[in-house]
Design a binder for this molecule. Structure first.
Ligand SMILES: [Fe+2]
Ligand SMILES: [Fe+2]
Length: 305
């Protein structure tokens, strides 16, 4: 398969598919403001125990999603991740305010149906508004607003498999609790003796900060905002697609006590990411003043991207 193929209809198709893998436990879908049973259940560690459902998921996933994961698992190698980090972590692509980045992300045109699909800004506002309605701290609301801004990597020409999808460590054995783990056999690192052991190039319980994660929108945005938000927010941003860890409990052997503590927040964030999308469009212009003030409270006028 062509490395630059775009198997997904659009980037959101990956997130829509996550809902099939991790259905909303509150079932009815439309959560009411002030009600947070899902967040609590997941924060307590009860979110990822349906291994049967997880296994069934693989067989029923649409071909486009399978093709997407095949590319992602094949090409996310230690060398690729190091190359992307050299390319992007100097943060020399452009300078933009947070709101400019939101508008830039909104220019991502894809083949989704413009009549029924919400724009990227609308999705991010839905996430932030749900967090706000539950009375969470201001930095948490802001995290909801910005957590997917790293998807602008797509606008820099990166293929889908290097922007979205579940993330996982490279440089050590791939866990079979990563979705479509069978595709890792096509990854050149699979047979590399340096990376085959459980901890690979890392020390046991040495903390995730030492670990190279597969490259995507999470890691990129973390580096853009790392000087401006509390650790809890930075963990939500950096690891929100690390489903093998925050939903399936894998890779604990790499984590230290700080990771364990802060992953509670990653789990608290996840339901807002997955279960707040509705077809009711938020009033972007009406909400703008509130969010601009929130952005100004934490961020300088311009950020380096
Ligand atoms: Fe995301
Ligand atoms: Fe998201």
């Amino acid at each position: 398969m062509n490395k630059d193929a775009r198997p997904l209809r659009d980037l959101d198709e990956w997130e829509e598919d996550l809902l099939r893998r991790y259905p909303d436990p509150s079932a009815a879908g439309d959560r009411q403001a002030g009600e947070a049973p899902v967040a609590e259940a997941i924060a307590a560690g009860g979110g990822g125990k349906q291994t049967g459902a997880f296994r069934d998921y693989g067989d029923s996933a649409p071909a486009r999603v399978r093709d997407f994961y095949r590319l992602n698992h094949r090409y996310q190698t230690v060398d690729f991740v190091r190359q992307q980090r050299r390319k992007y972590l100097a943060l020399e692509q452009r300078r933009m305010s947070v709101w400019e980045a939101l508008e830039f992300l909104n220019t991502l045109v894809d083949e989704s149906d413009p009549d029924t699909e919400l724009s990227q800004i609308e999705h991010l506002l839905q996430t932030a508004e749900a967090i706000r309605a539950d009375g969470h701290p201001r930095w948490f609301i802001l995290t909801g607003l910005i957590h997917d801004l790293g998807k602008i990597l797509c606008l820099f020409g990166e293929p889908q498999w290097a922007v979205v999808g579940d993330t996982f460590p490279v440089g050590c054995a791939f866990s079979d609790r990563v979705v479509f783990a069978e595709f890792f056999r096509e990854n050149p690192d699979w047979n590399d003796s340096r990376y085959r052991s459980e901890c690979g190039i890392y020390s046991p319980a040495g903390g995730l900060d030492q670990v190279l994660m597969s490259w995507g929108h999470d890691e990129y945005l973390y580096h853009v905002v790392r000087d401006h938000l509390p650790d809890e927010a930075l963990y939500m941003i950096r690891y929100h697609s690390f489903y093998a860890a925050h939903r399936e409990g894998a890779y604990r052997h790499l984590m230290d006590e700080r990771d364990e503590r802060l992953f509670r927040w990653v789990r608290a964030f996840n339901p807002y990411d997955l279960y707040t999308k509705s077809h009711r469009a938020p009033d972007v212009a009406g909400l703008r003043p509130y969010y601009q003030e929130l952005i100004d409270e934490f961020f300088p006028q311009e950020l380096c991207w």
